[in-house]
Write a protein that binds this ligand. Structure first.
Ligand SMILES: *Cc1c(COP(=O)(O)O)cnc(C)c1O
Length: 384
């Protein structure tokens, strides 16, 4: 790859994959070091399913979601074409990413979000990065309609995933997976919102086959929330609802492309209730050690359901993309399935009482307790 391959810093997806993206020596690259995210083997999920399960942790991108891969390309190309303002509709993460990359480029991001429907972590990012942020009295699909109209009639560049530069940047995640595994996996599972990411992985894997870096196309499984499942149901959902706000989309922009990718990959689309999504969210955080926002967990729900149904043979290699960081929308981590919130136990300033509350048993003779937790210990903060 590079002359400094043992000890250099990752340079962001455009510079890392310059030969496979539409850029030249004179392209003004706008990067925050996105991409190069970890692919982590999830042993608890491998044990549960008999497959070999890997998690592509896209929350490790600069603004905490995979959107940065596409945004580095979209803003770079917009600047190359002379843009001073970029516009996007967003369920949250696109706005956070557009705002950060526009700031990096020294231009303005205009952001349209559905009123009252954006997780606070994401809203705070767009505000912090100085976006011109408007809450539209409608849903995401309304926001996208307006953003398209603005781009058609005013001097602003659209950076939603209907912009092909976004898909081009996002395809690099498939390159990284192939680089780590030495081939494409047998299955790739991920959430479906506008289906841009699903389309991007498909394109990335196809390109890996073309250049003989991969021998196969993974079967691509995409998942929607039950209250927001237009592709699964086969019709537009006019009032999409789910706690998984990143996939609360009723009329996906890349719907047709997703169908092509599914058919080409012998793929599958499924849907899950919010309760199932939150169950998968808990498994990821409490069993695997990866904290994601709710939408990101749906691939794990898909894995467990498909494996149970016998649709993922034992020994298969499975990659699940978890799309955004848990700190984006953390309230779900402290909520129990019954809807109540976990409140950590309050203790006095007293080591014996703290030890008691932690279930550590009696202190060792002579003072400081160094024994591990006793087996009888219960964790009062556990949301189980
Ligand atoms: C945008 C987003 C999605 C949906 O991706 P699409 O490309 O719209 O299908 C899923 N999860 C998170 C965290 C996102 O930000």
């Amino acid at each position: 790859m590079s002359e400094l391959s043992t000890s250099r810093q990752w340079r962001g997806v455009i510079r890392e994959y310059a030969d496979r993206l539409d850029v030249t020596e004179s392209t003004p690259v706008v990067t925050l070091g996105e991409g190069g995210t970890p692919l982590i083997e999830a042993h608890p999920l491998s044990e549960r399913t008999g497959a070999r399960v890997w998690i592509k942790v896209e929350g490790m991108n600069p603004t905490g979601s995979f959107k940065d891969r596409g945004m580095t390309m979209a803003v770079t190309k917009a600047v190359e074409r002379g843009a001073k303002v970029v516009v996007c509709a967003s369920t949250g993460n696109t706005s956070a990413s557009a705002a950060a990359y526009a700031t990096r480029a020294g231009i303005t991001a205009a952001v349209l979000v559905p009123e009252g429907k954006i997780a606070i972590g994401k809203l705070s990012q767009a505000i912090a990065h100085n976006a011109r942020l408007l809450q539209v009295q409608g849903n995401f699909d309304d926001c996208l309609d307006i953003a398209r109209e603005l781009a058609a009639n005013y001097p602003v560049h659209l950076v939603n995933s209907v912009n092909n530069d976004r898909i081009e940047g996002q395809k690099t995640a498939a390159f990284e997976v192939v680089e780590v595994l030495g081939d494409a996996p047998d299955y790739h599972l991920l959430p479906l919102g506008n289906a841009g990411n699903y389309t991007a992985y498909h394109r990335g894997y196809r390109e890996e086959i073309t250049r003989n870096a991969a021998t196969r196309l993974p079967r691509m499984f995409g998942f929607q929330a039950e209250g927001s499942a237009p592709i699964v149901r086969g019709h537009v959902v006019t009032d999409p609802e789910t706690i998984a706000s990143a996939i609360r989309i009723g009329n996906p922009a890349s719907w047709e492309l997703a169908l092509v990718a599914r058919d080409d990959s012998d793929g599958y689309f499924g849907m899950f209730s919010d309760a199932k999504i939150l169950e998968a969210h808990r498994i990821l955080s409490a069993d695997v050690g990866i904290f994601v926002e709710p939408a990101s967990a749906i691939g794990v729900a898909g894995l467990l359901e498909r494996a149970e149904a016998g649709m993922i043979p034992k020994g298969s290699t499975v990659v699940i993309t978890v799309t955004g960081h848990g700190l984006k929308d953390p309230q779900w981590a402290v909520r129990r399935p019954d809807g109540s919130d976990v409140t950590p136990t309050v203790v006095p300033v007293d080591a014996a009482e703290v030890a008691e509350a932690l279930g550590l048993g009696a202190a060792a003779a002579g003072g400081s307790a160094s024994a591990g937790p006793s087996s009888g210990g219960t964790d009062p903060a556990s949301p189980a």
